[in-house]
Ligand binder design. Sequence first.
Ligand code: PGA
Length: 249
Amino acid sequence: MKHPVFAANWKMNQAPADAEAFLRQFLAYYPKTQDRTVIFFPSALSLHTVTIALQDRSDIKVGVQNIHWEDHGAFTGENSASIARGAGARYTLVGHSERRHVFGETDEQAGKKVAAAVRAGLTPLFCVGETLAEREAGRTVDVVLRQLRAGVAEVDKAQLHTFLLAYEPVWAIGTGKTATPADASTVHMAIRQELRTLAGARGEGIPILYGGSVNRGNAGSLLAAPEVGGLLVGGASLEADGWASIVRN
Ligand code: PGA
């Protein structure tokens, strides 16, 4: 039996008042359940509002979209993992394609962020994914596994079983193009194999989420694919009833 994980990446959307209105609606559509996990990644400035709105819903988790790799210091505009944790976050995205491709984040920086998250007691949801050019050059699995190895390079592999991973092909994010369930599965199986190599039997239970233009129409078939342990959703997580129908899959 799968215990799917549904993660909503709100990106730079949902001001505190919007987040509050969203959650009022969403919670009415989504009664407490223990057979799946829902995680919201709001803007850091809406995090407090979201944690307050969810204080009676221990089944729903909250995280931040980004952290700095240092624990504190002169980094104007940045948030550390320990500040995020103090503000109520329990998870953090790391290595999202927009961080890598819009903000130029490197494999090495992503690895340092994963280590900072672990130090502060945040669970990383570590994202990997190839560009269209890399896919067309037949390099998908190489790229994804390189990103994965770099992402966990600085952490004790005994910690890995607490992580979440996401495979998000860059060409599928926000484009309306989705990997087929079979294509997603092929990459997820390669990731699973690498997790077994890195973490032994403990690598078996790490959920691998798929992301990239997931919507209420394609969520069910993606989730049913072998080794797809959940979904990481951007655009389709911004509307309460649509998101509720995705998490009820
Ligand atoms: P999308 O974004 O669902 O809008 O494609 C997914 C993501 O960026 O995590």
